[in-house]
Design a protein around this ligand. Structure first.
Ligand SMILES: [Zn+2]
Ligand SMILES: [Zn+2]
Length: 300
């Protein structure tokens, strides 16, 4: 699983400071998280195929997260994309896309399936598990966790042979983590012949939002947490009023979730040098970085 940053600005698009857009690439499939203005050109710039977009996941309907979507959809079709496309997001996402199709008069030659998000829920994507969680923002918004499914257990044939487990279907069952019983009544636990399965990599995306009191289990211990940190703590009042987070609050969320790394995003244009946001977050959580267009982070 790899993350590619298309844009990390907040609210106002500006040359050299593109608005939110992130691509998670896994086994040749691209998942687009939010689609700010210029998403299609940013994807072209960083060599990301629109045709291989397997799903689009939109956090909320504010323009800085959605204005680039029609362009991506049109270009996917123009470049020969035929595979069906799933679009996850708040319920109005469907009307928005359908309205642009009607008034901009374009047809998509591939199927689109809209999945409206409501309460916290998990979905199986082509090769990742998606879990969503409602956020606290000025309008309906959702956070996401993307997880690589559990990797197979490491199996030790010599241990299985030593316990007289015959080679064949029983080996497969043990590899899948099942308890098996031999003909002589002996019960074998998978732990006797294999290592515990390593957890697949996990990425969590939380923007735009105030910090939550509780997060679902699927959001715990992410290898990478992308969290908005729009303001400095000195402007917390603004953050609260506009339902955004400060960089320090983002760092506290990273600590609370026991994240490996925090990537701050959605910076206010009021800061000429967003490095001050990372400095503030680092007081609470040292493994912090600022999202920058073109940045690539490999998680596995
Ligand atoms: Zn925003
Ligand atoms: Zn917003």
């Amino acid at each position: 699983m790899e993350l590619i940053v298309l844009g990390a600005g907040g609210f106002m698009p500006d040359p050299g400071f593109p608005v939110p857009g992130f691509v998670v690439r896994h086994e040749g499939v691209n998942y687009l998280l939010d689609a700010g203005e210029n998403s299609q050109t940013q994807m072209a710039k960083y060599g990301i195929s629109r045709v291989k977009v397997g799903a689009v996941i939109i956090s909320h309907m504010h323009g800085d997260h959605t204005l680039g979507l029609p362009g991506v959809l049109i270009r996917r079709g123009q470049e020969g994309g035929e595979e069906p496309l799933k679009l996850f997001g708040p319920a109005p996402l469907k009307d928005y896309v359908r309205a642009t199709q009607k008034y901009l008069s374009y047809t998509l030659h591939y199927k689109t399936e809209f999945v409206p998000l409501e309460e916290s829920k998990s979905f199986d994507l082509q090769n990742l598990k998606l879990t969503t969680q409602p956020l606290i923002h000025r309008l309906e918004a959702h956070g996401f966790a993307l997880q690589v499914p559990r990797i197979k257990r490491k199996f030790y044939p010599e241990k299985a042979r030593a316990l007289d487990v015959p080679e064949g279907p029983l080996w497969g069952e043990l590899q899948r983590g099942e308890v098996v019983e031999l003909d002589d009544g002996q019960v074998i636990n998978p732990e006797q012949v294999s290592d515990p399965p390593p957890r697949g990599k996990r990425l969590v995306y939380l923007t735009d939002t105030r910090p939550l009191d509780n997060y679902p289990p699927e959001f715990q211990e992410p290898d990478l947490l992308i969290h908005e940190g729009m303001f400095l703590e000195s402007e917390r009042e603004q953050a609260e009023k506009k339902f955004h987070s400060t960089a320090l609050e983002a760092a506290r969320v990273a600590k609370k979730l026991n994240a490996r790394k925090l990537l701050l995003t959605h910076f206010s244009r009021r800061y000429d040098h967003p490095g001050v946001l990372a400095q503030e977050a680092a007081k609470e959580f040292s493994e912090v970085d600022l999202a920058k267009p073109g940045m690539k982070i490999k998680l596995s």
